[in-house]
Design a protein around this ligand. Structure first.
Ligand code: CTP
Ligand code: ZN
Length: 156
């Protein structure tokens, strides 16, 4: 490790678990909400926000120790952190590295902004959105969410 890397290392390396790297700056807490990680579980979680990345960029990083997140769990993150990489770490080594993939449908994570939508009614119905190239569409009422997707994520 170079001197420079050393200075850049803000959060310690982990022994076993998952590192979600290259998260869009400012989105780390939304990542935790989507993954339903709130510190009440057994796993140790570290978050670094607004870390310099590359020449001009910034990123967030989330490290979850003792838990290997699977691809389905992390794919929903593609909606708010499309550049994220998923690193599975065992015995301090990155043994698997992948990008998040856009899923075709997202179940239960987003809430429909249309107050008349049956999924937003008193009867709890799992929300269902199909993923478009530039947003998502409610399967019940066809409402499309494009911008501010993160605001519609149910952090329940
Ligand atoms: N990491 C960690 N603990 C380890 C190994 C790696 O926390 N035991 C973190 C690194 O700090 C980095 C990420 O996992 O944030 C990916 O590690 P690595 O593949 O070694 O880094 P890069 O090659 O820089 O990754 P990329 O090319 O994806 O930017
Ligand atoms: Zn709807």
């Amino acid at each position: 490790m170079s001197q420079d890397d050393d200075h850049q290392l803000r959060v310690s390396k982990i022994r076993d678990g998952t590192v979600i790297d290259h998260v869009t700056a400012g989105r780390a807490l939304t990542v935790l909400a989507i993954l339903d990680i709130d510190g009440s579980g057994d796993e140790t979680v570290s978050v670094a926000m607004n870390v310099p990345s590359g020449e001009t960029g910034r990123k967030d990083i989330v490290k979850v120790e003792g838990r290997e997140l699977n691809q389905d769990e992390v794919d929903v993150l593609s909606l708010i952190a499309p550049e994220a990489t998923i690193n599975i770490v065992r015995e301090y080594e990155v043994v698997e590295k992948s990008r998040v993939d856009r899923p075709e449908v997202v179940l239960g994570v987003l809430s429909c902004p249309n107050r008349n939508c049956i999924s937003a009614g008193a009867e709890p119905i799992e929300s269902r959105f199909s993923v478009l190239t530039d947003g998502v569409r409610c399967a019940y009422c066809e409402t499309i969410i494009r911008a501010e997707l993160a605001e519609h994520i149910d952090v329940g």
